[in-house]
Design a protein around this ligand. Sequence first.
Ligand SMILES: [Zn+2]
Length: 648
Amino acid sequence: MKTKSLVALLLTSATLISSPARAANSAPLAVPIAQTVPDAKDVPYPGTIKLDIDASDTVRGVYRVTETIPVAAGTRTLTLLYPQWLPGNHGPRGPLAELVDLSFTAGGQKLEWKRDPVEVYAFHVTLPEGASEVVAKFIHTSPLQSSEGRITMTPDMLNLQWEKMSLYPAGHYVRQITIQPFVTLPAGFTAATALDGLAQQGNRWAWAPTNYEVLIDSPIFAGRYFRKWDLGQKVTLNVIADKAEQLEAKPEQIDLHRNLVTEARLAFGANHFDHYEFLLALSDKIGSIGLEHHRSSENQLEPGAFTEWDKYEFDRNLLPHEYGHSWSGKYRRPARLWTPDYRQPMQGDLLWTYEGQDQFWGTVLAARSGLQGKPVVLGMLAAWAGNFAEQAGRRWRSVEDTGSDPVFAARKPKPFASLARSEDYYTEGALVWLEADQIIRAGTGGRKSIDDFAKLFFGMNDGDWGQLPFEVDEIVTKLNQVHPYDWKRFFETRIGTPGQPVPLGGIEKGGYKLVWKDEPNPYDKGRYADAKVNSLTYSLGVTIDKDAKVTATQWDSPAFNAGVVSGSKIVAVNGVTYDADALKKAVTAAKSGGPLELLFQRGDRFQTVRIDYKGGLRYPWLERAAPGKAPTGLDLLLAPKRPVKAKK
Ligand SMILES: [Zn+2]
């Protein structure tokens, strides 16, 4: 040790003595990046890839993959890609870290491979002379606990998503790559998917060759406990559950799902599928999901979704939302969200309509079908409007800009989300579409509505399940066909410009108003109870979880001003151990001068905070603006279009 120090000292002294004066520090030049992965071309990949997945290991939750890829004569380098930009994820979410134990062979001979140093989702495989096919073997390790990612396999069910466990050759539009899938499932499992041409032998399931785009768009739900119901119009509700008894849906519950299929057809005027499979998992073990596809959707609801029907009404927007995507997002795809492969970045500048218009229609269809009652639907609209009424981040960030959120934020919780904003293109987009509907109704004296636009925008080419990309100009043109208005400016202002007024136009033109009450509306009540949160977002400005931890502090709120931040734990309210009701009572009592002294623990520090707040409890509601029974514009929007028997 001593010797080392002495040497170091001598070196330092020597440097000090001999160092000459320099004009500038060393300044390297950039090493050029060589592009080695070919861009996709609209030409067929020769031959049919065989994708064989052993999904039977439910103990370890692993998927063992053997993929046989034919190659054209003379090929010496094969570049294979792992899907990175995933449709419906709107971001580069391909779980590459879960692709492990990768090897390649040709004619039984092990092949060299290198990951591309720049595009790490690409693998370059060196082929021997005369190779006619390459066999890739690897394992997709599904997360076993939620901290590792979304769990896709339990002892009783699995959700197989092809994009997580397949490679595809670079240089081709994915629709030009032919592939045949084979899956070995656990014994006793039944599979549901939109794939066609099923051939099943025991636990081994195979489907007809298809193209890679359709494969990626056609995931599998499989489970030990399975039931399905025909909803009409070639739409099937396929349900798997943790337990057999959770599948006991009542006929009238299924009828509401049939209403959804009927109402969607009436609204859009065409279907863009040859058949459609709702894939629904009733589970608190598999990871949650709501993911749209052209001819199917992946959905997770709580185990009691059918058996505790009333409790979960707040959550029944999921299926209408995902079903609506068959039209909004899948068939009508924003130009820059359509990509020829899963390597080209997807651009979210039109997510306010892909998701926002779909959020709007999902809500309208939930109301029209009866899957959600009107008080809950009005509560949802109130929850969205209330959020924007007090959201600081609106001052700097437009709705359009939130379309880039999925690319960089990956849905992780944010410190001060109310200032950061997140994926607000969903709900603010929906409120802007609501305003568009009410402008049409008012401007045409009630003769026309957003339904007329929907038929122009979604209702062409019945049965076509390709993709029809669009730019915002088409929306403007078709809205003008329904009702002439400055729609271009409408969207440029509401969507494209930060610092907009609270988006209440649709609610107010629709005959309602946003009000604040001292208890949650039926929608918020349901979701707060389910999540076990104490939301004081619009009063003190904090959300508190079941363990008394602050999970969010509203920017500029009384709690914020008093220095309360997320991660702190609330220990006591006015000197007494915290519980949710005690805090609410104290907030109410503070209106008439009661104390509001809170003890927080943040790390190893304790902090007593006196909050100066006399506004009482505040939760958002929608109420009719004027008394009366005549239906308002919003009432008319939410009313069923199908003939409904009058109530006795
Ligand atoms: Zn969506």
